[in-house]
Design a binder for this molecule. Structure first.
Ligand SMILES: [Zn+2]
Length: 518
């Protein structure tokens, strides 16, 4: 098993240190690679051209490029040459609900690379409410990384220290903060705390992200369903209906409007949430809606499966909904009402999920997807005719790079950009399975799904890390990518501040009183 081999080599021995330094040296140098004859596909168009990669960057994109001596040649005839995927929503090695997610920064990233994703943004959690400590703890976890990554930071309480730490973290390369309106008694913040967080985000130029479900109502719903005798995974779906997601999305959107700050709604899982995002955008508000791969491909019936293992594997929050929601989410994505696709990859294997046998409320929430996302989106969105390959690039890579202020370093095949590149062959058929995936989880919510089209090569910062079904990855070679604040979503916001002023003016009016007139 490659995972065991690599995991063992990560620690301890002098040999591993030498290998690490060697790998780092190779990493910096990279190799010269020429990708010949593929269809270079960016969000803004396609072109049959060759691509030269050197020193970890894209050096040239042009027709009939001469292959330099010693360069590695990849024949991409009949294939798409695309920017590597960026998954903006993952939880590697996350402590949650008494468990720790079983993919760490190495196994999760290796799985990502095998599926064509070359960067992800993980949610760092505070440690005992301390943001800085949480950041340091996540940096330690990420020491074994094998590809580029960034962090969002969750804000789960409020104090002057939290506010100060947010400003410090922005200087350290974090430009987004997440607030949970669900998980009462754990991660949830009150409206007052959320509002203060939104104001701080605006001040420091960071994107506010929200998990939008009404946590108070969910707690009531869970108790009601459990006491009605429904204790299995289907109770998870029944206890948190889509309109609780709609309510919280509406509330979050309006509070962000009140503060005039951009809002990023993570995992829009329902028609209810999509409608709130669409309405906000229609009135000109800067709101981003992020569906996840599972919402495009799956429906809630898995939670009613009599096999607990299958049913529990599908438990995530907000829940995967009825098929009608899936249809609407795909249409909204195709029509530009939603902007990009993530995964919320948070994996707990079947023994971890089993702690919730007899009580759905304690099943650790989360599904896989970091490896499957590109293939699922390709199958559901491109092969169904809903979007073009350029749209595919936009929703799997470019949009994330733009929103999180990484563009054009990431998210585009262009000279000067990082050489994060994939080759996708649209004629290769394959099936997703836990037996062949690279994540450590022992189930796969997409088990058996047929995909027409496959990522056959992944290049991560100039190195071929996935080819012919083989991974070539080394722990410790990944890099933390700093993301700067005040990104494109903040440009011109101050003008909107002015426009929000009341048409009758906002300077105090001297009101006369009867006695003044005497
Ligand atoms: Zn999440």
């Amino acid at each position: 098993m490659w995972q065991q081999r690599c995991t063992r080599s990560a620690f301890g021995t002098v040999l591993s240190s030498v290998l690490f330094l060697l790998a780092l040296f190779c990493y910096v140098e990279g190799e010269q690679i020429v990708i010949k004859g593929g269809t270079v596909t960016n969000a803004d168009g396609q072109l049959v051209a060759d691509v030269l990669i050197e020193n970890g960057k894209i050096a040239k994109v042009q027709k009939d490029l001469k292959v330099p001596p010693g360069a590695r040649l990849l024949d991409a005839s009949g294939q798409y040459v695309m920017p590597g995927g960026i998954d903006p929503h993952t939880h590697l090695e996350m402590p949650f609900m008494g468990q720790v997610a079983c993919d760490d920064f190495f196994s999760g990233q290796a799985a990502a690379l095998a599926g064509g994703t070359t960067m992800h943004i993980d949610f760092a959690l505070p440690t005992k409410g301390d943001l800085m400590q949480g950041f340091h703890d996540y940096q330690k976890k990420a020491a074994k990384a094998c590809m580029d990554y960034g962090f969002h930071m969750a804000v789960t309480s409020w104090s002057a220290k939290v506010a100060a730490d947010m400003a410090t973290l922005v200087k350290k390369g974090i430009n987004s903060f997440k607030f949970f309106l669900a998980y009462k008694g754990a991660l949830m913040v009150t409206d007052e705390e959320f509002l203060q967080g939104l104001q701080k985000c605006r001040e420091i130029g960071a994107i506010a992200q929200v998990h939008a479900e009404n946590g108070e109502a969910v707690a009531v719903g869970q108790k009601r369903i459990f006491e009605a005798g429904i204790t299995g995974p289907e109770g998870h779906a029944l206890s948190r209906p889509s309109f609780l997601e709609g309510e919280a999305t509406s509330r979050a959107v309006r509070l962000a409007r009140f503060v005039n700050t951009p809002l990023y709604v993570v995992h829009t899982m329902s028609i209810d949430a999509v409608e709130e995002v669409a309405r906000a955008r229609a009135r000109g508000q800067r709101v981003i809606g992020e569906p996840v791969a599972s919402a495009l491909s799956l429906n809630e019936t898995a939670m009613w499966n009599p096999d607990f293992k299958i049913a529990a594997a599908a438990v995530m929050s907000p829940p995967i909904r009825a098929a009608s929601h899936r249809v609407k989410i795909k249409e909204a994505l195709a029509g530009g009402l939603l902007q990009l696709v993530a995964t919320d990859h948070a994996v707990f294997n079947s023994t971890q999920k089993a702690v919730g046998k007899g009580d759905f409320r304690v099943i650790p929430n989360g599904v896989n997807g970091i490896e499957e996302r590109l293939h699922v989106v390709w199958e559901e969105m491109v092969n169904s005719g809903l979007i073009t390959p350029s749209d595919f690039v936009r929703i799997t890579s470019t949009a994330a790079a733009q929103i999180f202020n990484l563009y054009p370093r990431k998210g585009v095949i262009a000279p000067g950009s990082d050489a994060d590149v994939i080759l996708l062959d649209p004629k290769v058929e394959h099936h997703i399975s836990a037996a062949t995936h690279h994540s450590r989880i022992d189930t796969n919510v997409y088990e058996g799904k047929r995909i027409m089209g496959k990522v056959v090569v992944t290049i991560s910062r100039g190195r071929i890390v996935w080819e012919n079904g083989n991974l070539n990855v080394t722990p410790g070679t990944g890099r933390f990518v700093e993301m700067l604040p005040m990104g494109p979503l903040f440009e011109g916001l101050d003008i909107l501040d002015q426009e929000a002023m009341h048409p009758l003016g906002t300077t105090p009016v001297h009101h006369t009183h009867a006695k003044d007139e005497l």
